[in-house]
Design a protein around this ligand. Structure first.
Ligand SMILES: C[S@@+](CC[C@H](N)C(=O)[O-])C[C@H]1O[C@@H](n2cnc3c(N)ncnc32)[C@H](O)[C@@H]1O
Length: 198
């Protein structure tokens, strides 16, 4: 599987984000989720300290921000950015940002977070505990939100790793995504494609 393939966890929970809403892709890297979100009709703010690889995605619907998220006070790391209907964080961990991430969400917003966890040392990098979530850490970190899904353990794809992942709402419980079928329907709507015959 190519390393630019979107995370299955992210794909699973994107349908909970308000259609056409504003989504923050934090530490966006090469933009695998920025690209997916744009394809699905969202307005995306992609933040990374290195946005060179993101330039082809820049548009009226995609705001690129070159920010060092780890310099200065964490509460100022995102500057004026906030009010997001969705926040996506994958394969990135800087613990002081947990509270600013939660604060950057609009009411009803959806947080989708997936990164490496303690246990990953067996498989390779990252091995440094600074970059590995402790057991159940995302649940505690985002207790201020309504947690709708949490997983922790070993995965084999896109490569063997130990991960932790959460989906949480800035608001009360609501409906859950049904399956990739729903995601496919959302993508068809965004792309104006016709639905297949029943
Ligand atoms: C492993 S990549 C993950 C990229 C993307 N989220 C993904 O899963 O495809 C980690 C990203 O964090 C970014 N990053 C690391 N430290 C950062 C910092 N201090 N400020 C902003 N971005 C940072 C790196 O530039 C890199 O793009």
């Amino acid at each position: 599987m190519a390393h630019d393939t979107p995370s299955a966890w992210v794909r699973r929970f994107i349908p909970l984000i308000r259609p056409g809403g504003r989504v923050l892709d934090l530490a966006a890297g090469g933009g695998r989720h920025t690209r997916l979100l744009l394809d699905m009709g969202f307005v995306v703010t992609a933040v990374d300290r290195d946005i060179a690889g993101l330039h082809p995605l820049a548009s009226g619907k995609c705001d690129l921000r070159a920010l060092d998220l780890e310099s200065g006070p964490p509460e100022r790391a995102l500057g004026p950015l906030g009010g997001f209907d969705g926040v996506v964080v994958t394969n990135y961990l800087h613990r002081p940002l947990f509270a600013p991430i939660a604060a950057a969400m609009a009411s009803g917003g959806v947080l989708i977070y997936e990164t490496f966890a303690a246990g990953n040392e067996r498989f390779g990098r990252p091995r440094n505990p600074d970059f590995l979530l402790r057991r159940g850490e995302l649940i505690a970190a985002f207790a201020v939100l309504t947690i709708i899904a949490f997983e922790e353990g070993e995965v084999t794809r896109p490569r063997p790793a130990f991960v932790q992942r959460i989906a949480a709402l800035a608001g009360p419980l609501g409906r859950l995504p049904e399956s990739d079928t729903e995601l496919d329907a959302t993508r068809r709507l965004a792309g104006g494609e016709p639905a297949p015959a029943a």
